[in-house]
Design a protein around this ligand. Structure first.
Ligand code: 13P
Ligand code: SF4
Length: 314
C-alpha cells in the first residue's frame, strides 16, 4: 500500500505527463481539496472547465458536474475517479417527467438547477447554480411563466428574494433537506454569537427566510452558495459561524480562517457521493484514463445552450 505522500507524488507526476487539471468541489475529502488545482462551487467549476488549457479534466465531484464539464469542453477528456458518484437531487426528476410537465405548461420558460443530467438540461432554457439563480430569474422578463427544477428549497428561496411566482418541482437533496429548522435553532441556542451560513438547498432555508421577513428573527443568517459562504467567512468580522450544508466545506473554512470557529448545523450532513473520490482512485483515474464521461455531441449541443445563457448572465 503506497503512503499518502507517495500517492500525492504519483498524482502530480501523472498530471504533468498527461497535461491534466484536477477540479474539485468544496465538499470533497480534505486530501482531495488539498491536491486540487481548482476548488470551488458549481459555477466556479463550470467556468474553470470552460477556461482550462489542459487536455484532460479530472473531476473530483459528482457525475452531473463531470457531465457539465464534458458539455462545455467537448474537445477535452473528462474523467471521474468513481463512476458511482451520483446525486440524489439530480435523480429527483426524470426526462419523461420533465417532458410531461412542459406539456402541461406550453410556452413556459424552463430553468434547471445545474444539479441535473445532460438530458434534462437539453430540454431547458436556462441553467442556474446556487450562486446565480436570483440573477438569472431576474433576467427573465416578468411576463414569462417559469418552471423551476428540481430543488424545491432553492426554488422557494429564489421566489422569496425575487418576488416572482415560479412553478417549482418538488425535488430535494437527501443531505440538505434533513438540515431542518430545529437543527438550526438548537445550534443557534448553543452558539448565540455565531453568524449562520445556510445553503439554499437546506430544509431550514425557507423557515429562516420567513422569520427574517415576518418577525426580524434569524437575522444573522446568510443564504449562500458554498463559495459565497467561504467568501463571507473570510470577510466577516464575526469569530464564530454555524454552517448549514455538507460538512466537507468545514475543512476549507478552517484552513482559510485559523482564528475563527466553525460548527456544523448537523454533523451528520455528509454526502456519500462526494466522499467517493480518494487519492487512490484519483491516481488510478490518471494512470488508466478512467472513467471517461462523454456526452454525445448532439445532446451536448442542446444541453450547452442553457449553460451558456447562464454563464452570460453571471
Ligand atoms: P454549490 O454550487 O453551492 O457548490 O452547491 C452545489 C451542490 O449542491 C453540490 O452538491
Ligand atoms: Fe447531490 Fe446533495 Fe450530494 Fe450535492 S450534497 S452532490 S446535491 S446529493
Amino acid at each position: 500500500m503506497p503512503s499518502q505522500a507517495e500517492l500525492i507524488t504519483e498524482i502530480e507526476r501523472l498530471k504533468a505527463a498527461k497535461n491534466a487539471v484536477i477540479l474539485a468541489h468544496n465538499y470533497e475529502r480534505p486530501e482531495i481539496q488539498d491536491i486540487a488545482d481548482y476548488l470551488g462551487d458549481s459555477l466556479g467549476l463550470s467556468r474553470q472547465a470552460a477556461a482550462t488549457k489542459a487536455d484532460m479534466i479530472v473531476f473530483c465531484g459528482v457525475h452531473f458536474m463531470a457531465e457539465t464539464a464534458s458539455i462545455i469542453a467537448q474537445d477535452k477528456t473528462v474523467l471521474i475517479p468513481d463512476e458511482n458518484a451520483g446525486c440524489s437531487l439530480a435523480e429527483s426528476i426524470t426526462y419523461d417527467q420533465l417532458v410531461a410537465w412542459k406539456a402541461e405548461h406550453p410556452g413556459a420558460t424552463v430553468v434547471a438547477y445545474v444539479n441535473t443530467s445532460a438530458a434534462i438540461k437539453s430540454e431547458c432554457d436556462y441553467c442556474v447554480t446556487s450562486s446565480n439563480a436570483v440573477a438569472v430569474i431576474n433576467a427573465i422578463p416578468e411576463s414569462e411563466e417559469i418552471l423551476f427544477l428540481p430543488d424545491r428549497f432553492l426554488g422557494t428561496y429564489v421566489e422569496m428574494i425575487t418576488g416572482r411566482k415560479l412553478h417549482i418541482w418538488p425535488g430535494a437533496c437527501h443531505v440538505h433537506e434533513k438540515i431542518g429548522d430545529m437543527n438550526l435553532a438548537d445550534k443557534q441556542a448553543e452558539h448565540p454569537d455565531a453568524e449562520v451560513l445556510i445553503h439554499p438547498e437546506c430544509g431550514c432555508s425557507t423557515a429562516c427566510m420567513m422569520k427574517q421577513a415576518f418577525n426580524g428573527d434569524c437575522k444573522e443568517a446568510h443564504v449562500q452558495s458554498t463559495s459565497g459562504m467561504l467568501t463571507h467567512a473570510r470577510e466577516s468580522a464575526a469569530d464564530e459561524f454555524v454552517v448549514a450544508t455538507e460538512t466537507g466545506i468545514l475543512h476549507r473554512m478552517r484552513k482559510e480562517n485559523p482564528g475563527k470557529t466553525f460548527y456544523a448545523a448537523n454533523e451528520n450532513s455528509v454526502c456519500e457521493y462526494m466522499k467517493m473520490t480518494t487519492l487512490t482512485n484519483l491516481r488510478d483515474a490518471l494512470a488508466h484514463d478512467q472513467y471517461e464521461v462523454r456526452v454525445d455531441p448532439e445532446m451536448a449541443k442542446a444541453a450547452r445552450r442553457p449553460i451558456d445563457r447562464m454563464l452570460a448572465i453571471g
